[in-house]
Design a protein around this ligand. Structure first.
Ligand code: NAP
Length: 252
């Protein structure tokens, strides 16, 4: 994997699950890390930053809610002040609140949209001046196969992830001429705290595994390689794409 010297990656929602695995995986591949999570996860985020540091990379823990513009701007300012730039950003922070369309509360629609879709927009808008100055940037937004085919109880989640994919395609077209690529990774069924919403029951876990070509659900580490590719120089001519990382559930 080709990663330039002194490259810095910002990963949101990095205290646990897929985000933590991505942060550690990028550190192993040579990135210094700005790790973000919501303030209520401060302890876990500090531990994740310490784990990155233990791999011999610089790490800064940034406690901020990605749906709050002021907090996002302060977060990006601190990352640049401490690490000197941001070359790759992984918008991974996300929430899932299961509910049918019939029972879905308006507040839950709003909060899922605020974190998953607006949070992605706010982080990108704050990071853009930094990437423009560098004339270089790699954006990897974590969407979901749920944003492509949907699933019962996830109308708001599915809509938010479809929004992330549409947003990413526009980013690719607006930012390509200034040396910035933007792509999406769509995880499938990954065993994390969020994944457990669907997967606590072994029968459901087995049913999902049976739906994959590889006959298993995923671990957070399964998502790392594809994200690292989009964050590296190896993907220099790839932009506006969405890559399913699902063991073979969705084939488009
Ligand atoms: P997770 O275990 O719940 O971790 C997500 C992290 O993001 C949590 O620490 C969470 O904190 C944090 N977060 C929530 N709201 C935030 C905010 N406003 N600002 C900053 N951080 C915030 O989830 P995961 O399974 O690793 O999922 C990571 C990403 O992959 C999400 O975007 C998710 O939609 C996507 N994805 C996951 C799966 C799956 O099967 N797991 C499948 C497809 C896509 P709290 O826990 O305190 O809210």
């Amino acid at each position: 994997m080709t990663v330039g010297k002194g490259r810095v990656a910002l990963v949101t929602g990095a205290s646990r699950g897929i985000g933590r695995a991505i942060a550690l995986g990028l550190a192993e591949r040579g990135f210094d890390l700005a790790l973000n999570d919501i303030p209520r996860q401060a302890k876990a985020l500090d531990e994740a930053a310490a784990a990155v540091h233990a791999l011999g990379r610089r790490a800064v823990a940034l406690h901020a809610d990605v749906s709050q513009k002021i907090e996002v701007e302060a977060m990006v300012e601190k990352a640049v002040a401490e690490l000197g730039g941001i070359h790759a950003v992984v918008n991974n922070a996300g929430i899932l609140i299961a509910a049918s369309v019939e029972t879905l509360a308006e507040t839950h629609w709003d909060s899922v949209m605020d974190v998953n879709a607006k949070g992605t927009f706010l982080v990108i808008q704050a990071v853009l001046p930094v990437m423009k100055r560098q004339a270089y940037g790699r954006i990897c937004n974590i969407a979901s196969i749920g944003g492509k085919h949907g699933a019962p109880q996830q109308a708001h989640y599915s809509a938010s992830k479809a929004a992330v994919m549409g947003f990413t395609r526009v980013l690719a077209q607006e930012l390509g001429p200034i040396g910035i690529t933007a792509n999406c990774v769509c995880p499938g069924i990954i065993l994390t705290d969020m994944g457990r919403v669907n997967l606590d029951d072994p029968a459901i876990r087995n049913a999902w595994a049976a739906k994959t070509a590889m006959a298993r659900i995923g671990d957070p580490e399964d998502v790392v390689g594809p994200v690292a590719f989009f964050c590296s120089d190896d993907s220099a001519f790839v932009t506006g794409q969405t890559l399913n990382v699902d063991g073979g559930i969705v084939f488009s």
